[in-house]
Structures are given as structure tokens and as C-alpha cells.
Design a protein around this ligand. Structure first.
Ligand code: RIB
Ligand code: CA
Length: 324
């Protein structure tokens, strides 16, 4: 039985790899893609999502445009990381079509009330916070809510303590996490503690090109800028691909380990966007999050390569030698 999912995203280079992984996996049925302002302004994210669907020959998947600014904070893009076009300055040809007949929030509400469906959020949580206000009953129907965002013990990437998706709209993240407390459900927090261990290296990229030059060269085209950013930023040879881990975790939760805890998001001051994970139950609140702390990065890359290149584990005979 396929998992119906909506991918709420801000494509974005790693978002694009996440969409490619989801569309390559028989376990997942991508019911739709909703765009939120984040890495890129929402219109650009919409254009980029179309480019990824064209590359995957999946222009049958609907895309809907969501919120174009955070709930309160002034919008700050991440084009310094993702390039002027949001896809690593690959400047892929525009894809026409996708006249917008409804908003992302309307699409989410309608879909969640119609079929069993999970949401994998790999951008700021603005659309989800708006969905709670628009149709709380629909939001409560979400089968599984997985969010790439936040950090427990790992340092931030937008401030010493905050990760971009939650820093970009801390009010939205706080609303979603507090709502999970109210409905006694847990959001799966795929934070920097685990995603930082998912590094696409030149060797892995070279292997991708050997396995399928079309897919490999496309990934190379959209990640070159990202490789350069990571070298400049932290002298890393490779790039951290956060978002695909959220998809992989949906397909095979055994890739990660974690624990349940009450978690809230700071919305004010110097620590704005920080996820406060109450691991030792100081606040005596019911857990509203399953916080991921461990990842088997080799298991992730086997899954990524098996899905993207339609190979068995045995056929990927040199992959293990390419991973540190
Ligand atoms: O902090 C990393 C996250 O912020 C990723 O989802 C990246 O695409 C950006 O949205
Ligand atoms: Ca993202």
C-alpha cells in the first residue's frame, strides 16, 4: 500500500533532491506539492518545482502556491545558499502550465479530508500554521507529519541555536508544535542533528553519473553551487542534503533513531527559532515531537541510490567503499 503524501517545500536544491527521491519510490504516492516561501520566494519555488517535475517526467503531479511571507517576521530568502534561481544557478528552461485554481492551503484541506495522507514539510511551517487557522479539522487528519527542521544538540545554521526552516518563521513553527500538543500527536522532527550527517560527496556524485548520466548530470548541475557554498562556508568537500532524509525516513523509519519529548520553538530575541527540546521533562508536558538524534547515513545512501537508479543493493557493489 503506497503512502499518500503532500510535500510542502521551498525548492531549493535539497528540496529538489527530496522530490526526486519521493517520485522514484514505489512506497510513496506524491498526491501534490505545495510551495512555501523559504529558500526562494514562493513564485520562484513554484517555477523550480515545475522544473524538477519535468526532469522526472511527472508533470501529472499538481503543484499549489502557498504563503509568500512568514506570519510575522520579515521574509529572508536563502538564495545565497541556493543560487539566484534557487536551483544552484543551473538556469534550467522555464516550464509552462499549472494555472492556479486554488491555494496550497485549500488543496491541503481538501485532500486531507478526502484521503488518508501524510505531510512531509521540508521548508518553513507557514503553510501548515495557516492550515490550522483555515481548517483545523483537516490539519488534524494528517496521518504522519514529518518536518525537516530544528535541532536538538547540534548547533544552528542561521544563528548559533536556530535552524533555517524554524528561524525563518518561528511563529509558524511554534503554532504547529503547540497544536501537536493540543491534539496529543507527535511531529517527527528531522533536525540538523541527523541531517548534518548526510553529505553528498564528489565520489558519490561521480558514481551517480556512472549509474545514469541523465540523472547524475542533472544532480551535478543543481548541486555545483551548493558544493561551492559548503566549501566557502565550512571548508566541506561535499554538500549537506537535509531534505531527502525526511523522505527517506518516511520510506524506512529504521534509518533513524530518536526519542519523544515536549518541544517548543522560541519566537523572540536572540534565540528566535531555537527548538527547545525538553528531554528531561522539566515542563511536565506531554511529548508533542519525536526528535531524531541518530542516523545510519550508509543506509540512507543505499536507499537513495536504489530508488534514484532502480538498482538492488547487490548491484551497488562499490557504494560502501565510497562512503566514509
Ligand atoms: O536548514 C535546512 C533547511 O532549510 C532545508 O530544508 C533547506 O532546504 C532550507 O529550507
Ligand atoms: Ca527546504
Amino acid at each position: 500500500m503506497k503512502n499518500n503524501i503532500i510535500i510542502d517545500c521551498d525548492p531549493g536544491i535539497d528540496d529538489s533532491l527530496a522530490i526526486m527521491l519521493a517520485l522514484s519510490s514505489k512506497e510513496i504516492n506524491v498526491v501534490g506539492i505545495t510551495i512555501v516561501c523559504g529558500n526562494t520566494p514562493v513564485q520562484l519555488g513554484f517555477e523550480n518545482a515545475k522544473k524538477i517535475l519535468k526532469q522526472m517526467n511527472r508533470l501529472d503531479v499538481p503543484i499549489y502556491i502557498g504563503e509568500n511571507e512568514p506570519l510575522k517576521k520579515t521574509y529572508t530568502d536563502a538564495l545565497d545558499t541556493h543560487g539566484a534561481d534557487g536551483l544552484g544557478e543551473s538556469f534550467l528552461p522555464d516550464v509552462c502550465g499549472y494555472e492556479q485554481t486554488k491555494t496550497a492551503i485549500e488543496f491541503m484541506a481538501e485532500t486531507l479530508k478526502k484521503i488518508p495522507c501524510s505531510v512531509i514539510a521540508i521548508g518553513p511551517l507557514t503553510n501548515l500554521a495557516k492550515l490550522i487557522a483555515y481548517d483545523e479539522g483537516a490539519f488534524n487528519q494528517i496521518e504522519q507529519l514529518i518536518s525537516m527542521g530544528g535541532n536538538y544538540r547540534s548547533h544552528g545554521n542561521c544563528s548559533p541555536v536556530a535552524e533555517y526552516n524554524y528561524w525563518e518563521d518561528p511563529e509558524a513553527a511554534n503554532i504547529v508544535y503547540e497544536h501537536m500538543t493540543k491534539i496529543k500527536k507527535q511531529i517527527h522532527m528531522v533536525g540538523l542533528d541527523v541531517t548534518r550527517k548526510i553529505v553528498l560527496t564528489p565520489n558519490l556524485l561521480a558514481y551517480m553519473n556512472r549509474l545514469d548520466a541523465n540523472v547524475g548530470s542533472f544532480i551535478q548541475k543543481i548541486t555545483k553551487f551548493y558544493f561551492d557554498f559548503h566549501w566557502k562556508q565550512e571548508h566541506l568537500i561535499g554538500c549537506v542534503i537535509n531534505d531527502p532524509l525526511a523522505i527517506a525516513y518516511c520510506i524506512d523509519p529504521s534509518i533513524c533513531a530518536g526519542f519523544s519529548a515536549y518541544t517548543t520553538v522560541e519566537t523572540k530575541g536572540i534565540t528566535r527559532g531555537q527548538t527547545v527540546v525538553d528531554a528531561y521533562r522539566f515542563y511536565q508536558q506531554k511529548p508533542n515531537a519525536f526528535v531524531l538524534t541518530e542516523v545510519d547515513h550508509k543506509k540512507f545512501f543505499y536507499l537513495l541510490f536504489m530508488k534514484l537508479f532502480h538498482k538492488t543493493k547487490e548491484e551497488l557493489d562499490i557504494l560502501d567503499t565510497l562512503m566514509v
